[in-house]
Write a protein that binds this ligand. Structure first.
Ligand code: NAD
Ligand code: UFG
Length: 333
């Protein structure tokens, strides 16, 4: 298939492009590089031995998208492009609503105009809100605590409504849990700008000496050791999930959790990272981070049943691969 990947120069998008190209699909990347670098495209080419087509363009730009759709006539779209920093979304909500909603509407509109019937959307476990774990696709969604999460829930609704009146259109909503790790080549991975918001990149930066110590946000949650529990998933497993989702797409809407189904606490992840890489991660316990929930992990049985997808890589691989990428990533050090 010929697959248009918006946000394909980003963290999850770049790993998915590699997976798609290794599965013999043709890839066209659209990315405005607001949170990535063009070198990611070269690195995808280095891993796969073939350069994907790349357009530096904005997914909210209807004219530019129309030209790309009519030139390449893709068979499907995976829409990763979006802004994703939870804290920033509270500070500049309009930028988040504008970018995330408008890009989704423009890409969907182009799909309908150009007869592209496969649409895979990057959603997030954040849409569940503070629900009972494990999170199941059929659960009623609870209110989100930030505009970022709200944009994901709203995009899910928009796509579901569009699918209702377009019987040929296939929408797959993938709710990711906590993606971590990197490709084993160490060539692509997560390279946040500035101070990382997320736990794993913060740990790898402490390991590298860029940050002095990890701040653990609260140890008084109702969890085994009091720290927050999350379902960490290796980004290459996630990429494999996308390839299966677009290959197996059928008309109508499907929602899948992409997670391992296993919860890991902050302190467990720190210990696993130390053991996997033979390193020490200094940390201190500080107050809870506003908006955080105690536990978040998936019931991942639907993806196994219907897509034949399971997460194969464990915590040790996630920690080793994240560290390999961090060590080799020079631009920031
Ligand atoms: P990322 O920032 O690395 O990748 C997103 C890419 O989209 C970037 O390369 C950025 O430059 C691009 N982009 C943003 N707005 C654009 C626009 N208007 N036009 C063109 N390109 C644009 O983030 P990621 O972690 O790879 O996340 C990919 C998707 O998955 C996002 O939609 C994100 O919200 C979602 N998601 C991420 C996580 C996570 O923890 N990483 C969890 C759940 C969902
Ligand atoms: N944490 C720390 N110190 C840090 C960073 C994080 O203790 O410096 C803790 C958090 O309190 C939480 C856990 O580590 O308990 C994981 O935090 P992350 O920020 O890595 O991830 P979140 O679960 O908060 O959020 C992530 C993405 C969201 C997405 C959500 C889906 O950032 O975009 O997963 O589950 F919506």
């Amino acid at each position: 298939m010929r697959i248009l990947v918006t946000g394909g120069a980003g963290y999850i998008g770049s790993h998915t492009c590699v997976e798609l190209m290794q599965n013999k699909h043709e890839v066209i990347i659209v990315d405005n590089l607001v949170n990535s670098k063009e070198s990611a495209v070269e690195r995808i080419a280095a891993i796969t031995g073939k350069a994907p087509l790349f357009y530096k363009a904005d997914a909210t730009d209807d004219q530019a998208m129309d030209l790309i759709f009519s030139t390449h006539k893709p068979d499907g779209v995976i829409h990763f492009a979006g802004l994703k920093a939870v804290g920033e979304s509270v500070a500049v909500p309009l930028a988040y609503y504008r970018n995330n909603l408008l890009s989704t509407m423009v890409i969907t509109d182009n799909c309908l105009r150009h007869g592209v019937n496969r649409f895979v959307f990057s959603s997030s476990a954040t849409v569940y809100g503070d629900n009972q774990v494990p999170f199941l696709e059929t659960m009623e969604l609870l209110p989100r605590t930030n505009p970022y999460g709200e944009t994901k829930a709203m995009c899910e609704r928009i796509l579901t409504d569009v699918a209702k009146v377009n019987p040929e259109f296939s929408v797959t909503l993938l709710r990711y849990f906590n993606p971590v790790g990197a490709h084993t080549s160490g060539l692509i991975g997560e390279a946040p700008q500035g101070i990382p918001n997320n736990l794993m990149p913060y740990i790898t930066q402490v390991a590298k000496g860029i940050r002095k110590e990890l701040r653990v946000f609260g140890n008084d949650y109702p969890t085994s050791d009091g720290t927050g529990v999350r379902d960490y998933i290796h980004v290459v497993d996630l990429a494999e999930g996308h390839a299966l989702a677009i290959e197996k797409a059928e008309p109508g809407v499907e929602v899948y959790n992409l997670g391992t189904g296993k919860g890991t606490s902050v302190l467990e992840l720190v210990k696993a990272f130390e053991e996997a890489n033979d390193l020490q991660i200094p940390y201190s316990i500080v107050e809870r981070r506003p908006g955080d929930i105690a536990e978040c992990y998936a019931d991942a049985s639907k993806a196994k049943e219907k897509l034949g997808w399971v997460a194969k890589r464990g915590i040790v691989e996630m920690c080793q691969d994240a560290w390999r990428f961090e060590k080799s990533y020079e631009a920031r050090a």
